[in-house]
Write a new protein. Sequence first.
Lengths: 764, 121
Amino acid sequence: MDMNEIKEIFFQECEEQLAELESGLLKLNDGDRDPETVNAVFRAVHSIKGGAGAFGLDDLVAFAHVFETTLDCVRSNKLEPGPEVLKVMLKSADVLADLTNAARDGGSVDQARSKQLIRELEALANGEIPVAAETPVAKPAAQPAAAAAPAPVNEEGFQPVGFSFDDFETAVDEGEVLMVIPTYEVIFKPKSELFAKGNDATLLLRDLSKLGEMSIYCNTDELPPLEELNPERAYLSWKIQVKTDKGEEGIRTVFEFAEWDCDLDVTDVTNAGAPADEDMPMQPIPFDLALLDDNDDHDRPIGVVEEEEHIASDQQAAVAAAATAAKVVEMAGQAARQPAEQRAAPAAAAAANNAANAQSAAGTPTIRVDLDRVDRLINLVGELVINQAMLSQSVVENDTNGTSSINMGLEELQQLTREIQDSVMAIRAQPVKPVFQRMSRIVREVADMVGKSIRLVTEGENTEVDKTVIDKLAEPLTHMIRNAVDHGIETPEKRVANGKNPEGTVKLTAKHRSGRIVIELADDGAGINRERVRQKAIDNDLIAADANLSDEEIDNLIFMPGFSTADKISDISGRGVGMDVVKRSIQALGGRISISSRPGNGSTFTMSLPLTLAVLDGMVVTVAGQTLVVPLTAIVETLQPEPSAIHSFGSNQRLISIRNSFCPLVDVGRILNFRYQQANPVDGVALLVESEGGGQRALMVDAIQGQRQVVIKSLEANYTHVPGIAAATILGDGRVALILDVDAIVAASRGQPLRSDSSLAAAG
Amino acid sequence: MKKKVLTVDDSRTIRNMLLVTLNNAGFETYQAEDGVEGLEVLEEANPDVIVTDINMPRLDGFGFIEGVRRNDKYRAVPILVLTTESDAEKKNRARQAGATGWIVKPFDPTKLIDAIERVTA
């Protein structure tokens, strides 16, 4: 493991600490006064500061230091974490996150903002409670810079002094030439406490001897007769004469750890002549520190030891690096990392021992596993599923009576395979919490910018979903949250005028529903202004002026490309990037999004996403001799059309009547150019599918082969993108089947060309 | 015989740095994530020296040091406090709890090894 890898770990840890920090602050904001919450918040900042210091990230250290100081006031009950205080702290947490990101990815942060917060934090630490209105803090600009410096304020003079033998040795050489080296007399009388704290007089004397030429005398006057001797008490005292240019300071540094537990007297006796032995009758003792040392390392010249350590450390570094290749990737970390270099297996095994030692000491119930390993496992399980299906199929083909024990064994195998698959998927599953937490910051910032007061309520943040889904969720969600805050929620004045709570609420909910994750974003704002949306759509030629649209259809217009209701483009919700982009990204995840709006009471966006992008429950169908897979989630029902239910209109459009309503018929084979003539619907099967916003369509296929779980193989990664096709899979008989992109097919049936958007292209 | 070091720190970053630094310097390293775990692995690690953080969940450094000193077998093991806390009050408390010495963060490998060498034979 090298410093870069540790740094990587540091940033991963920062991310966790920042999440911890934010959730702690939010708890405090909700009135939680549990000391452990305050401690956790403090520790988070403290940890970041500690790591940042080790990597010389001074900006981060400086800010964390001020933040920590203020948090310490809260911890010691000197500062009550009221709403105004927490507002500053939440903002500081945001800046801390920015600084962390800047330190990791380069780039800069808003200096003015962080300086301002440093001032505000210091004001809090100094007992100035802010008022809601922004008051200029009466502090000179130079002040924060000084306080921001990482160097600790040191009231009692414990300033650690750098100590290097190299410096010392050179200094001695020069000193001999240039000046007389001063001699100091050191009286050192240990107290019993010195030993109780694990210090050792011998070691102190040894260290002292490194300062220069030294003579030592031991006073044994207080030594009692043997039978009265308590081995844990201190009886001896020492008088040492040491010739050193390190000064009194250097000598005291040796006793740095011990000085409270001993009497120490240091005097410069350079010009005092011979030591006055009669002052303190001393019994000279032979001094051979080498004898006192258990191992002889310390007697060797420092340089030699260091060289040997270098050799040793090179070997160890190799082993440690191999260990890294084998372990520890933060699953919650952002992007999948570069695969670590593969190293020789024996080295890895040896390293595993090392790691095991460290790990067993750590003894936590969780392990960290390289993401690549999990992905490989998932891939293999995918192959296993395919293989099992192929095996089943060939057994069915060769086993005519279907009663043999092979069949029963196969069924068990199928069940086991399914279970293994589910368990493997669960490894990748992560709670949506980190994404949800990021949203609270967005709400805060955007609300601040537009002068609204908004509370984010989250629910079900422990709902788990595949990590790849989580990673891709953040962006569309951010966009929607911004929209909700910027456009959805009214200004406080307007809210009050409408008899609402001036504080708006945005609620983010996650839950599992029938094998998918459903994420809801609800605001209690004004809801969709249907008149305006309709007008805008007419203005933009998106709909005909006399189009007869239901409320739901009007609401869904906002998902159309190029649609934006905001009269003026604001910085917040972006320029021209509308809900259509959000919809596309959700679709790219194999998800659906819909909106329901209650005028005057707000809007709710509902997103339904697959739990994983690696497998899919599909219906296997035949179209013009080709085998296709239709994602099961898109299918509402299947039916065998009666001749009387088919109605033709226009040139070659057909409708099917289902329970007294009409639904356009879409011939999949025709759309995909598998055939040039429309098939007779009566000969085939209709799959009633739901497409976003566009209502229902009946997809005509020739026959249904069955339902099965298929492993998604990216067409783009292995071949090239095909319009109307989302991805591919391998069936039980080993043949490739294409997975239909239902939305693209439906869109194509409306006369739009097949667009190059595919819902599953992103999957493996 | 390699010298054995037990490190107690809740920060993964610092734990990794300690591990690398100490391994490179030829120590055998045992690690714990907080005071409670530190006391648990004490027997197994049987350390020649202990390096501990102060601010930790469950059981902080002060509590951990007191725990070690209460154990007859380990009450004379040198304990170094690795902490960003530089104020005298904290040092004093660590000392009263029985700490041998301290290493002030930011973490510096040379400083760490120096300090360990200073308190171990």
